[in-house]
Design a protein around this ligand. Structure first.
Ligand code: DGJ
Length: 705
């Protein structure tokens, strides 16, 4: 059986490395010139077959190129003219490395290939990891300056990994684009014969793109077709360059940092990249998403088994206008709906009455909370809810005590004017004293106010980045993000039970690096349910529903002005980690009662939504539907949305291909029984009411055979 073979094998005589996941194989070979080259990534094949396969090269046609071999991490030397994953400059001005292979370790699921430059004291380790029960292969690189006494080495680019798709008749790229209020828009483009760069130069993962992509031959669908997909676990600037060459091969290389920023490696130092993960599936985009989501649950999230609470957040209700009586009133209303967590958002600290001042001064604003936050926190706890607090620790207003005391703490190039965005500047968390301040300040807040949940926001990108007086100022780009990750890790370790919500003006910083230390992400500031259907569709390409924070807010929606029924708003938000963000003081008694009922419905289906297997059974169009299945097939929930009716046509039945055709299923709400064969082959009536903004929630329970 292929699946019982070890996850990692290295055959020294052949220089062949084979990585096996339950449903895929990845193979590479160390070429005679010392460079690891890609051989195969796809359906399982035996090692003997892989040993006979050639490297994935585009053959040379003339003296203008050599065979364009697919490097596992392309250096800048040799007849290689594609994007290099490793770009270095030595003290004497020489660019690029030439490898010799010096050894490997294969330990459990981890493989390390050690390469050293033929002449210079530079070592790279190409690292691979396969973890149990996942088709994801994790890759990263470690670069070490070996010689003490030698000059520094300028690292202009150190990618985590380069990937190669097999020869296909055509290539199509799926990726996520958008902006503030329009994150995670799924885009599918035919790949041009060119270098296509996906990148963030913002110091944040970005709203406008995400370091996830999928490649197929242009024919894959939601449930069928081969898909190769990768995702970078990094929360700062990044770059992925996809190269479709004229001979027909497609490779891509990616890692942290955007072009033009570097890192100086001093003698004895190492630089380790973030993980760049990849998977192959023959089961289409849906299969790829399910594999990613399972991996995120099993190997990325810190506490995947904990229910994400139904939260209430006051931001859309009160904006900056927060005070103790107002928040207590909202807390009572939220508790009445069944909320389990109350989050006090922006405006509670310093002199913060709007976005012009106070950011950085993390003590309660006296006019708003004259007795501090403790009375609110205590009341929230007395009501049976957790207490959550909004923070934006990386940012500062110039009009703040913090900035007046430490103007040198901001990211700032001394010879450039600083651009303010939302009246704020970015603190340089790469400075150890700033990281220490943030860690202590946040720890104190959590302790003093009995905080159960931090919503960690970041509302602007970096500009004019510099670090006055530092010999290697570009380090701030990587150092800042590492410090953010480290502080979160330390806070979680210090305060078991503390949960963290990732936010950057909505979904501006959602990636596998962030999800390794947070519980969920604020998906978008756009809470319009019609827009959210598309945003959630894009989000689900990589991330599981339990990490997708989704609030029900007021109608008309503050972003779009669209009016939608409460039930539709709830049904859309129930597809993720449900929250409520409306001004509950303006909701009628009937609305509050309906909302309480819908919250109770959500709690019944929450285990399925948050920990079930997701099938996007109708991709967004005139109608959209998502099916969540218990892994053992015992329970199911289907959410269906139709934003607009068209021509008075009746909606088509929704087919549920993940059900067992040999089983019977009961709808416990209608007490109606169905044969699995019918639900798979013909589908279920989506039971949508007439009119626009129609939705339904259908539960099914396996009752036989
Ligand atoms: C942006 C976030 O996405 C919002 O939810 C809210 O927290 C505001 N920042 C507060 O300034």
């Amino acid at each position: 059986m292929l699946t019982t073979l070890p996850p990692v094998t290295f055959v020294p005589d052949l220089g062949l490395a084979v990585l096996r996941t339950p449903n895929s194989v990845y193979a590479l070979r160390v070429a005679p010139d010392g460079s690891p080259r890609h051989v195969y990534w796809g359906r399982p094949l035996g090692t003997d077959v892989l040993a006979g396969l050639p490297e994935a090269a585009s053959p040379a046609a003339s003296s203008f190129e050599a065979d364009a071999a697919a490097d596992e991490l392309a250096p800048q030397t040799g007849a290689r003219f594609g994007p290099a994953g490793l770009q270095v400059r030595f003290a004497d001005g020489t660019r690029g490395v030439q490898w010799r292979f010096v050894g490997h370790t294969a330990d459990g699921g981890e493989l390390r290939l050690r390469l050293e430059d033929r002449r210079r004291p530079l070592r790279a380790e190409l690292c691979y990891r396969v973890r149990p029960g996942t088709d994801v292969i994790e890759r990263w690189t470690e670069l070490t300056h070996l010689a003490v006494g030698d000059g520094p080495i300028a690292v202009d680019r150190l990618d985590s990994a380069s990937w190669t798709a097999p020869p296909l008749a055509d290539y199509r790229l799926s990726h996520l684009v958008g902006g503030w209020n329009s994150e995670f828009q799924l885009q599918r483009d035919r790949l041009p014969v060119a270098e296509t760069v996906l990148t963030s130069r913002r110091g944040l993962t970005g709203h406008h793109t995400n370091p996830w992509l999928a490649v197929d031959d242009g024919t894959a669908g939601e449930e069928r077709g081969e898909v190769w997909s990768t995702a970078l676990a990094w929360s700062g600037s990044w770059r992925v360059t996809v190269h479709r060459d004229p001979v027909g091969r497609t490779t891509w290389t990616g890692g942290f940092g955007h072009e033009g920023i570097g890192w100086t490696l001093r003698p004895g130092e190492s630089l380790r990249t973030p993980v760049y993960a990849g998977l192959y599936t023959p089961h289409g985009f849906g299969g790829a998403s399910r594999a990613w989501q399972a991996h995120v649950r099993r190997h990325v999230l810190p506490e995947p088994e904990r229910d994400r609470p139904v939260l209430y957040n006051s931001w859309e209700a009160t904006g900056f206008d927060v005070d103790e009586p107002g928040q207590i009133r909202l807390a009572h209303l939220a508790a009445g709906l069944g909320a389990e967590l109350f989050v006090l958002d922006d405006g509670w600290f310093g002199t913060r009455r709007d976005d012009r001042s106070g950011l950085g001064d993390w003590t309660p604003r006296p006019e708003a909370f004259p007795r501090g936050l403790r009375p609110l926190a205590d009341e929230v706890h007395r009501l049976g809810m957790g207490f959550g607090l909004w923070v934006e620790p990386e940012m500062v207003n110039q009009d703040s005590e913090l900035y007046r005391a430490h103007p040198d703490w901001v990211i700032h190039s001394p010879h450039l004017d600083a651009t303010e965005l939302r009246n704020q500047l970015v603190l340089n968390f790469a400075r150890p004293e700033v990281e220490a301040w943030a860690y202590e300040t946040l720890g104190r807040l959590v302790r003093e106010h009995d905080v159960d949940w931090l919503k960690w926001d970041a509302n602007r990108p970096f500009t004019e980045a510099g670090w006055d007086g530092h010999p290697d100022p570009d380090r701030l780009w990587i150092g800042h993000t590492r410090a953010v990750h480290r502080i979160m890790d330390r806070l979680r370790a210090d305060h078991p039970g503390l949960r963290i919500e990732a936010c950057a003006g909505g979904g501006g910083r959602v990636d596998l690096g962030m999800l390794a230390r947070t519980d969920q992400a604020w998906t978008s500031d756009n809470t319009d349910p019609v827009d959210r259907i598309g945003i959630q569709h894009g989000f689900s390409q990589l991330f599981p529903a339990q990490t997708m924070a989704a609030w029900v807010t007021d109608s008309p929606n503050t972003t779009t002005g669209r009016r939608t029924p409460l039930r539709f708003r709830f049904h859309v938000a129930m597809a993720g980690a449900l929250g409520i963000g409306g001004d509950l003081t303006s909701w009628s008694e009937e609305e509050l009662a309906e909302a309480a009922e819908l919250v109770a419905h959500y709690k019944r289906v929450r285990p399925l939504v948050q920990r079930g297997v997701q099938h996007r059974v109708v991709v967004p169009g005139p109608m959209a539907a998502v099916h969540y299945a218990a892994p053992d097939d015992s329970e199911h929930v289907l959410l269906v949305w139709r934003p607009t009716t068209r021509f008075g046509h009746r909606p088509a039945p929704v087919r549920l291909p993940a059900l067992d055709p040999g089983a019977r299923y009961l709808d416990p709400d209608l007490k109606q029984e169905y044969s699995g064969a019918v639900l798979v082959a013909r589908g279920i009536d989506p039971r949508l009411p007439d009119g626009d903004h129609a939705s339904s929630l259908i539960r099914l329970r396996r009752v036989g055979p």
